[in-house]
Design a protein around this ligand. Structure first.
Ligand code: GLV
Ligand code: GLV
Length: 327
């Protein structure tokens, strides 16, 4: 017995996080590229003082029971924490941390990559060239829709939503937003963003970008009714959580021309099944949940997750604790 805190880290994360943990703790890292299967996860957390989880690891009463009474902290390597039963942790006095702020701009950049790619059919066009279909400059070849001057609807104006809206000024866009709460008027003025209801946003926007957290009131938020309100020329971008969109309704809307195209960084389920109807559609871009995947940002996230873990095992307040269930 070394007397050092015992911690389990559920995947290899950047050294900016692993090094400080290894210095202070008895560290057990899940080395596989795939997440620990449930049984392995339950076995490895037993007797730990702290665990560092990813959005692929479900933290619930069963896992907390498996960890046992020594567990003081769950540090989630993500800004979203819908994988963590925060109320169950609170009942046991277990602190929960996440990595807000670190990935805001990086995620907004990827949302914009999808906005531009889906509007201008960039992925489809690249595929067309790669498969040898390009024969001539075509007057009507691969026509998309303009981003410059279009109306952007931001659903959820938290940190990431605001960062996406801020970028719209360079594109001369009209910015609408809907949100649980209207933001301060200084923020609205800075972003040039107008608060509207979700139905109005869906009806008026050329591009709809989703930036809500996953909670009971946002699960299935974009369903068949919501899609039917959108323009037939509209683009839907989702970099939030897959279940915010009803995948069957989206596939039908894209197939039937209810909306023009979609860019998804998140799906339901993840990974998406190889035979999912969305993957059979030319007008749907699907990325493997990479919005925060830059070297710098993943390093920052690792350092933040480590700082939360180390504070938690020492019984100190976490630098970035989560605000509460669904916050
Ligand atoms: C990624 O999706 C995150 O929540 O950090
Ligand atoms: C994440 O940083 C958010 O609250 O939008």
């Amino acid at each position: 017995m070394s007397g050092r805190p015992r911690v389990f880290v559920a995947r290899r994360i950047p050294d900016a996080g692993l090094d400080p943990i290894a210095e202070a703790c008895d560290l057990d890292v899940w080395e596989d590229e795939l997440p620990p299967p449930r049984e392995a996860l339950l076995a490895r957390v037993a007797g730990c003082d702290g665990i560092l989880t990813l959005l692929t690891d479900r933290v619930d009463d069963e896992l907390l029971d498996a960890a046992g009474p020594s567990l003081k902290v769950v540090s989630n390597y993500a800004v979203g924490y819908d994988n963590v039963d925060v109320a169950a942790c609170a009942r046991r006095g277990i602190a929960v941390g996440n990595t807000p702020g670190a990935l805001t701009e990086t995620t907004a950049d990827l949302a914009w990559a999808l906005i531009l790619a889906a509007s201008r059919r960039v992925v489809e066009a690249d595929r067309y060239v790669h498969e040898g279909s390009w024969r001539t400059w075509g007057p009507m070849l691969l026509m998309g829709s303009d981003v410059y001057g279009a109306t952007l609807g931001v659903v959820g104006l938290g940190r990431i939503g605001q960062a996406v809206a801020r970028r719209a000024s360079g594109f001369g866009m009209t910015v609408l937003y809907s949100s649980r709460n209207q933001v301060a008027s200084e923020i609205e003025t800075e972003l040039g963003a107008t608060y509207v209801s979700l139905p109005e946003l869906l009806e008026r926007s050329d591009i709809v970008s989703l930036h809500v957290s996953l909670a009971p009131d946002t699960r299935g938020l974009i369903d068949a009714d919501a899609l039917a309100r959108m323009k037939p020329t509209a683009v839907l971008v989702n970099t939030s959580r897959g279940p915010v969109v009803d995948p069957g309704a989206l596939a039908a809307a894209l197939r039937d021309g209810v909306i023009a195209s979609a860019g998804l960084d998140v799906t339901d389920p993840e990974p998406i099944a190889a035979d999912d109807p969305l993957l059979g559609l030319e007008n749907c871009i699907v990325l493997p949940h990479i919005a925060s995947a830059t070297l710098a940002t993943r390093g920052r996230m690792a350092a933040m997750a480590a700082a939360n873990l180390l504070a938690g095992v020492r019984g100190e307040p976490l630098p970035t604790p989560v605000k509460g269930p669904g916050a």
